[in-house]
Design a protein around this ligand. Sequence first.
Ligand code: B4P
Length: 191
Amino acid sequence: MFNLILFGPPGSGKGTQSEKLMAKYGLKHLSTGDLLRSEINRQTPLGNEAQNFMDKGQLVPDEVVIGMISSAVDDNPGIKGFLFDGFPRTKEQAKALDKLLKLKKAPITAMLALEVSEEELIKRLLKRGETSGRSDDDNESVIRARINEYRSKTAVVADYYKQFDKVVMVKGEGTIDEIFARLCKEIDKRA
Ligand code: B4P
């Protein structure tokens, strides 16, 4: 199996690049943001719990997200590999993912980390907020809270994977196609 993590701050282009990567490499895309938004739209108990955190720009509790990913992995046997987007976002989530993949004898191949300046992140998310209908995108203070959550809880996840030599930094500014080409170059070296 070929398992990738697409990593980076909110608005760094994880969702955008994932669409293109899964089409090219035939990986199963698992986005915790998309899974959570689907729970919210269906007004499930998990969705109602998650919405309170997401509306404030906070991370959803680990046990909720880990349970959700664990079921999604089990629901997809025999696939070529996973593209994890927006997960893991804490060290606890990273450890839980390692445990899960160990059972499948299919470790993470690489973590591709998109680097984007804070100014560009805020610009992109406010722009998306004009049309997305996402309540976490249309307010600058919520966007800043999400970036702070990233700095205080999520950035350390890259350090966790660095100890296993799995992290590849990729410049996340430029056109969508330029960034996609940079990501593909790194993936092809490891395929
Ligand atoms: P996510 O859904 O993961 O979303 P994101 O971080 O905001 O965005 P992403 O990086 O995917 O940006 P995108 O490509 O769309 O998370 C939302 C919330 O869910 C979190 O705040 C948290 O509360 C919760 N959550 C999710 N996972 C969790 C977890 N594991 N644990 C706990 N909580 C969790 O790009 C953004 C915009 O930029 C788009 O409009 C796009 O068109 C534009 N763009 C992309 N690339 C561009 C480029 N090269 N140039 C110009 N614009 C570009």
